[in-house]
Design a protein around this ligand. Sequence first.
Ligand code: PLP
Ligand code: COI
Length: 353
Amino acid sequence: MEIKMNLTKTPKEKPDQSKLGFGKFFTDHMFIMDWDSENGWHDARIEPFGPLVLHPAATVFHYGAEIFEGLKAYRRPDGDVQLFRPWENIKRLNNSAERLSLPQVDEEFTLDALKKFVALEKDWVPSEPGTSLYLRPFLFGNDETLGVHTIHHAKFVIIASPVGAYYAEGLNPVKIMIETQDVRAVRGGTGYTKCGGNYAASMRAGDRAAAEGYSQVLWLDGVERKYIEEVGAMNVMFLINGVVVTPALTGSILPGITRKSCIELLREMGYKVEERLLSVEELSAALRDGTLEEAWGCGTAAVISPIGELRMGQAHYQVADGGIGKLSQKLYDTLTSIQWGVAEDTHSWTCKV
Ligand code: PLP
Ligand code: COI
């Protein structure tokens, strides 16, 4: 399929790279394609960034038929721009689409479209340390009727935002609160997908945590409310007695691409990594007896985010000395040097645009 180009006549001024924050600025263009059950995907185009005009009955507004992805384009020291494991995001997008009965995309075409779009917006990829161009592909149901039925019309859009650190803390440790009232997902539900509804349902708990000075909540499993699952926008890992423990992919947590990459890197460093159930009791015992050496979250937006404090009910626990752990720092350095093209990519995880 050909991608039609309609370029802006009024390019925007680029923001100050030291004040990017996360998701506040957007590039000059967006990629769009449409789908309907008769014609499949069609009308792929890149057009000036701007509002989408949608019918008020569009499925996305009423029944939450929406999925998204998040990946980054990085500025290499030689000036080129590269993506990190983008094919994994496209595969996960299709897994999400399958769960929500939304149309799947052609993986090869979508990767090519992503690369063409980033190549066009290349000047928007920042170069300051810790910055990147965050790419947000999203796909939603767009039937103009209120019946709850199989989707017949959909739209796929990619927008891009130059970003700095996701958390205001940067690499400094964040404070995380274990959520005991709401649950995020259950097995058989949509927890393993990146659908908008998962995030909408998580905001109340996030607000409660924020009101008490915590960055995000740590979710427990939805059935027994006993096992650690993940944080609002990242997977979690714990260094307990020299062994890295991370919740297993049971169906209710997002299979993070950063998580998968960290597991590979940690094993290469010689660490034993256990993907298994980890109960709150086990974690609090490790906090109390000092065997919890480090805790961190990992995700595309969050990168590696050390956890300095965990709140469990009324108990506040400092993780080790509350600072950036040695392994968290090493993992951050190892991962980001591959992403930013500083170290050789021996895993074939990156691709230039
Ligand atoms: N878990 C949740 C709920 C997320 O939103 C994210 C971010 O995408 C992650 C985990 C980490 O996934 P990834 O490493 O693929 O970005
Ligand atoms: C990402 O890390 O890409 C995410 O999607 C997290 C997000 C919800 C900001």
